[in-house]
Design a protein around this ligand. Structure first.
Ligand code: HEC
Length: 155
């Protein structure tokens, strides 16, 4: 009897834990990768602001944002791109184009170019506004290169 109660409790607990995961795994992956990119933007945005002179340059802040960006560039996000989570399959919800799944090496190449540009930015971001400016453009271009090829212009 005791065992049965225990087993029932375990099943109940497992069900309770599983219920958030009952949401669509494709939707979850899309939410995760969009969150990931929002965090990227929240670190890159202020750096662009400093480069443009819209935000006052602060060496410590610039270095922190750039280092965080570099950490983000090192995260494995492969699981956020399950097959079938493209904008054609999901009725325009995500912006990821089907081309991503047809050309993984191309996506990886763009991702690596981005990570390399971010690495260069992180190595100089705290060394003064001119140093920061010299590396920001390449990062922005690497974001754009991937978006132009693999992201729909709109939802
Ligand atoms: C290797 C490709 C790649 C690189 C590099 C990349 N992105 Fe993206 N990004 C994407 C794709 C694909 C999406 C669309 C995701 C979706 O909706 O399915 C996206 C979406 C976004 C979004 C929208 C998130 C939302 O809420 O829908 C933002 C913001 C963004 N990226 C910012 C950036 C910034 C800033 C950089 C550079 C610092 C960058 N991305 C670099 C591929 C990339």
């Amino acid at each position: 009897m005791k065992t049965l109660v225990k087993a029932t409790l375990i099943v109940a607990a497992a069900t309770a834990m599983a219920s958030p995961a009952l949401s669509d795994p494709l939707e979850d992956a899309i939410t995760a990768r969009r969150g990931y990119y929002q965090v990227i933007l929240s670190n890159f945005g202020p750096i662009v602001g400093m480069a443009k002179g819209a935000v006052e340059y602060d060496a410590e802040k610039a270095a922190t944002f750039a280092n965080t960006l570099q950490t983000l560039s090192m995260l494995n996000n492969g699981h956020m791109w399950p097959a079938g989570s493209d904008n054609a399959a999901m009725d325009g919800k995500p912006r990821a184009l089907p081309k991503i799944w047809e050309d993984f090496p191309g996506v990886q190449e763009k991702g690596q170019a981005w990570a390399a540009a971010v690495g260069e930015l992180a190595s100089v971001a705290g060394d003064g506004l001119d140093a920061l400016r010299s590396k920001v453009g390449a990062v922005g271009e690497s974001c754009g290169a991937c978006h132009d090829t693999y992201r729909a212009k709109s939802f």
